[in-house]
Design a binder for this molecule. Structure first.
Ligand SMILES: [Mn+2]
Length: 305
């Protein structure tokens, strides 16, 4: 990982509340996880950290979020490079990379990689965080006890996470591929599922300000009309705006996040990487501006521009 730039540079921002929050918050940090060897169907997501970065800084867009936060400001977002994957023990390398990054007092945004990486990432985050509420956006519950003989397949990470007690709540959104086995696993672990039928009827997650959120976004939670570049496209999913509204509406502090399963090999237009980059921007902003942080501001006027 490269050294992180943390110059105390405060930019003028029109809204002074936003300015106060930015002055107090810790930056988010991108960490790429170029790993797809636990994919059950097709490879490709190992290349996604590079294509998502390319989309993020493309001159086709600018660096400002919808709430007018500039992610080119190193107080908001830095880039820690990619995890070095040790083929002999990839999960230990991923967990260790997250732990080293957490020690620098930033909020990691992990770019996958297939979804198997979420298990070692959450292990690395949980070691130094409050109990986690995981908000998990996906077409799939990823709760298999094992898949084709592999307990660490990308179909299994949330079974491992719940077995280890790494999350106090797991709230899954966008699910539309449950099997009887996974329904039983969800019941066993007390997983809260808002499936697409419930979502379309208006069901939404109820997360209190006192919780600490880890957000995991599998891009196949979106409808393939919005994000076709995934290994397991499943029609009938969320819109880009549905997910943005979830990110922007979270009132609890978000301590870490991942964006996984972008597959550049089946994304010829690059739109799926662009969607991932858009989510990355808004997640970085959400990590800055939550009401909890506004409340803890000692005096918003004291840092007024
Ligand atoms: Mn999925």
């Amino acid at each position: 990982m490269q050294n992180l730039s943390r110059r105390p540079r405060l930019k003028g921002v029109a809204d002074r509340i936003t300015f106060a929050a930015m002055a107090l918050a810790t930056p988010a940090a991108i960490l790429g996880v170029p790993y797809d060897a636990s994919s059950s169907f097709r490879r490709g997501p190992a290349r996604a950290p590079a294509t998502i970065r390319e989309a993020l800084w493309s001159p086709a867009g600018n660096s400002w979020t919808e709430a007018l936060i500039d992610i080119s400001d190193p107080n908001v977002l830095v880039d820690a490079g990619d995890v070095t994957i040790d083929a002999a023990d990839p999960r230990a390398g991923i967990q260790g990379g997250v732990e080293r990054l957490r020690a620098t007092n930033v909020r990691p945004i992990l770019l996958g990689g297939d979804h198997s990486v979420t298990y070692p990432i959450v292990r690395g985050v949980r070691a130094t965080s409050a109990p986690l509420t995981i908000v998990h956006i996906d077409a799939h519950a990823d709760l298999y006890d094992e898949f084709e003989g592999d307990r660490f397949s990308h179909a299994c990470p949330f079974a491992r996470i719940m077995e280890e007690g790494l999350a106090s709540r797991l709230v899954q959104i966008g699910i539309r591929t449950l099997t009887k086995h996974q329904r039983e696993q969800a019941d066993r672990f007390g997983v809260e599922i808002i499936d697409m039928r419930g979502w379309s009827r208006g069901a939404r997650p109820d997360i209190s300000r006192d919780e600490t959120v880890y957000l995991s976004i599998d891009l196949d939670g979106l409808d393939p009309a919005f994000a076709p570049g995934v290994s397991h496209p499943e029609p009938g999913g969320l819109s880009v705006r549905d997910v943005l509204s979830l990110i922007q509406g979270l009132e609890a502090p978000m301590t870490a996040a991942d964006i996984v399963e972008c597959n550049p090999d089946v994304d010829p237009s690059g739109v799926t990487s662009q969607v991932a980059a858009k989510f990355l921007k808004e997640i970085a902003a959400a990590m800055q501006c939550v009401p909890e942080r506004w409340r803890t501001a000692p005096d918003a006027d004291s840092v007024r521009a």
